[in-house]
Structure formats: structure tokens, C-alpha cells
Ligand binder design. Sequence first.
Ligand code: PMP
Length: 305
Amino acid sequence: MDLSKHAFFEGRIVPLGEAKVNIATHGFLYGTSVFSGMRAYWSEEKKRLFVFRPYDHFHRLLNSAKMMAMTIPYDEESLIQLTLDVLQTDDWKQDVYLRPTIYKADMGIGVRLHDLKDEFSMFVMAFEKYVKNDSNAHVTFSSWRRIDDNVIPARGKIAGSYANSALIKTDANRAGFDEAIVLDNHGHISEGSAMNFFMVRDGVLVTPPITDNILEGITRNSVIELARSEMGLQVVERSIDRTEVFIAEEAFMTGTAAQVVSVTKVDYRPIGAGTMGPITTKLRSLFDDVVRAKLPKYNKWNVEV
Ligand code: PMP
């Protein structure tokens, strides 16, 4: 893995090797940390790096922290500045992934959230594709259920809840699938292991609502806006049943790491014609243009390094 040479750790930028937490740290022992996964894209045309929607990522991160009774001395704007500093330190000239984390930093035993100090850290890594077959993914319905909002906040990006995502991903991959669709405890589709779900039915783009235990994805939000504004598509947020997917015209999944992954087969059933459909194709190319700062209308989402 091509990791950054420097990281932000305990209030300053340090060489990555110095950014270490003790094995007795609360966040390590109990999964009491919250994080975001952001990307910065290299524009060959402009010879610059652009961070994609950092304000929204940090806003969601601070909301996750709020749910977990964490406070740090930074707001969205200061976190963006700190991100630019970290990226400039290593002078990245390629697509990268950034991992900011807020964690319970005290050492010792004791399950709770209160009366513990919180720290913020961030490292960077070179990053390209997350799902190998991103234009023709074969996915399965996971036998695992998505965490429920009354178990661990589902709309928060909380490290401990990724044990659920890891079970989902590993069982799907070991069974030969690229990814899995996960149902919630009511039997409705929630999302994938770490990506949101969309399908096209009768020309309408449909995705589960934020009340079906999904993570409120920033790529999901971007795709909804692009579908409405650039393609004039109707987008409906409603619960989706399992068998609707089998008869959908198109399906895809979205995430910062995954970007827009075309799902062409679900449990051996072809979706639509069994190849990437026109709506998915168009959204993928629009999204790629937007993240590389090629569409001026969406430059509000690109923060130049
Ligand atoms: N769901 C989960 C559980 C995730 O981890 C992610 C990745 N952050 C997503 C959905 C997609 O969210 P985003 O588009 O903000 O990356």
C-alpha cells in the first residue's frame, strides 16, 4: 500500500511512523472511533489535486462525533485547511484516499463514551479502484443484516459498526461475488457493505430512504443531484423489496471508494440486459467529470489543493 509519508496526529503533522496509538487506547479496544473516507482527484488537465466535497465529509464526521459524545477543537473549515496542509506536505500528484478519524484516546478499560478525551488523526494513501469489476459487478444478498439505528447509529460512520460491513464483504467475496446487498431488520434493502444502493424501475431512479438504516452517502447525494439536474430523471427515495431488484432495468452502488459500480447480475439473475445500462453509464461519466473538476457548475464541490 502506498501510504502517505506524513500524517496529522495529536495536533500536528508528523512522519507517519510517529503517528502511533497505544494498544490500551479506548478507540482500539472498543471501536469507539468515527471516521470518514474522502478522495482527492488528480486533474491531468489542470495539473492540480482537488478534494471532493470535504465540507460535507467533515460535516458528517462531526455529526458522527456528536452521536458518540466526542468533541474536537476543529470545525469543518479548519479541518479542510488541515487537509490541504497534509496533502501539500507530501505533494501528491495522483488520486488519493484520505482517512480522517476521531477517536477516544484515553488508555485503559471501561466501556463508556463520557469522561474520555478525544483526538483527531488523518493519513492519506494512493488509491484507484475499490471494486475490481466496477462495470459488471455480480452481487448477492447477504445473509447478514445491516446494523439497526437502535443498535449503533446507522447514519454515523462509526468504526465498531464496520465489523458488520467486514462480515458482509468477506462472505460475499469468499462465495465468489463482487459485493453484497444488505437487508435491514425489516427486510428492506439498506445498502452494500460500504456503498449505497440504487435501481432503475420504469425509468425512475429509486434508492432507499435515510430512514432505512443507510449511511447518508455523499456520493449518493451527488448522484441524486446529477440525475435530477443533468439528466432530468425522477429520483424517488423509498423502501425497496428484495425481489424488485431482480426485475429492475438497472442497478448500481455508490461510495467514495467504490464511486459508481454497475451491478449487472444479482444472485445469478441478469439485471436488465445483463450489461451496464444507459443511465448508469451516463451517471458514471458525469460523476467522473465532476470529481475531476471538469464541470464548472459543480466546482463548489471541488476544493483545490
Ligand atoms: N455506506 C457505508 C456503510 C459506507 O461505509 C460508505 C462509504 N463511506 C457508504 C455507504 C457510501 O458513502 P459515501 O458516498 O459518503 O462514501
